[in-house]
Design a protein around this ligand. Structure first.
Ligand code: ADP
Length: 253
């Protein structure tokens, strides 16, 4: 019965999360098609909103696919030499449109001596996109988000900071669990299914690194990822990591 309830909850959440951006895209596209915009500035604003909703849908579906691969222990990483500043710029470019809204600022602070690291480039972009997505969702109208990257003692340290709603100690202990969300209600404003941070942690651990959050309610949050420059200790080029299956986790619970 518990499994059936979980399945029903999941279907309700997923349908809701897919429907919300689709509905808002439809309204915006209809307005554009019927030439009901006040002028080119409003047209551009609507296109920007559509791009944002589209990105939100893509991220959601990517997270589902990633999660399902993770659960089946099928996630293969491709490790190679990666330029961290290029990873940060790729992620920043991908959210540029969204952060170009009024009262939003995305700052990059990259130390000039960043080494190349052994990592899966696309997986690191996913890590940053999930953290940036959260920084956006869990902050108010005035958004100040920064990405910092520096190197120290054989590690690179990447952080995403926001001036958002923040988290309590108790919440921080749970946010990396799959499907955990502080606000569980379907009427909540932020989209997502509670998978973003579990995927971040999975990827970071597969790189032999760690991720941590520091926050206080109402005072913003900082997520810090530490990665060894040399990559994971048992790096083999293409890499499969075992995570506990759902059943194993439930037994452990
Ligand atoms: P979701 O899809 O709900 O965003 P995540 O796994 O990315 O899932 O995050 C889990 C929960 O952690 C979120 O629902 C939110 O309550 C909390 N959270 C994550 N990032 C932040 C942040 N930057 N500020 C405040 N709360 C956050």
């Amino acid at each position: 019965m518990r499994l059936t309830r979980l399945k029903n909850d999941l279907i309700a959440t997923v349908s809701h999360e897919l429907k919300t951006p689709l509905t808002s895209m439809r309204v915006l596209v209809d307005t554009l098609l019927e030439n009901r915009c006040a002028g080119p500035a409003q047209e551009r604003e609507y296109l920007r909103l559509i791009a944002g909703e589209n990105q939100r849908l893509t991220r959601l579906i990517d997270n589902f696919l990633n999660f399902s691969r993770m659960e089946r222990s099928r996630h293969a990483f491709e490790f190679a030499e990666v330029k961290l500043d290029e990873v940060v710029r790729a992620a920043a470019e991908s959210v540029r449109e969204r952060f170009s809204a009024p009262h939003c600022r995305l700052k990059l602070d990259l130390s000039p001596d960043l080494p190349e690291i052994i990592a899966d480039r696309d997986a690191l972009v996913t890590v940053l996109l999930n953290l940036l997505d959260n920084a956006w969702k869990y902050s108010g109208e005035e958004k100040e988000v920064s990405i910092r990257a520096r190197a120290a003692d054989g590690e690179v340290i990447l952080s995403v900071e926001d001036n958002g709603i923040g988290l309590s100690h108790r919440q921080i202990r749970r946010i990396f669990e799959p499907f955990y969300q502080v606000d569980q209600s379907l009427s909540r404003r932020a989209g997502g299914c509670g998978l973003g941070l579990s995927i971040v942690r999975f990827i970071v651990r597969a790189h032999g690194g760690q991720v941590a959050a520091a926050s206080e309610p109402g005072k913003g949050s900082a997520f810090t990822v530490r990665l060894p420059v040399a990559g994971p200790a048992d790096e083999t080029g293409s890499f499969t990591t075992k995570t506990p299956s759902h059943q194993e986790r439930q037994r452990n619970d």
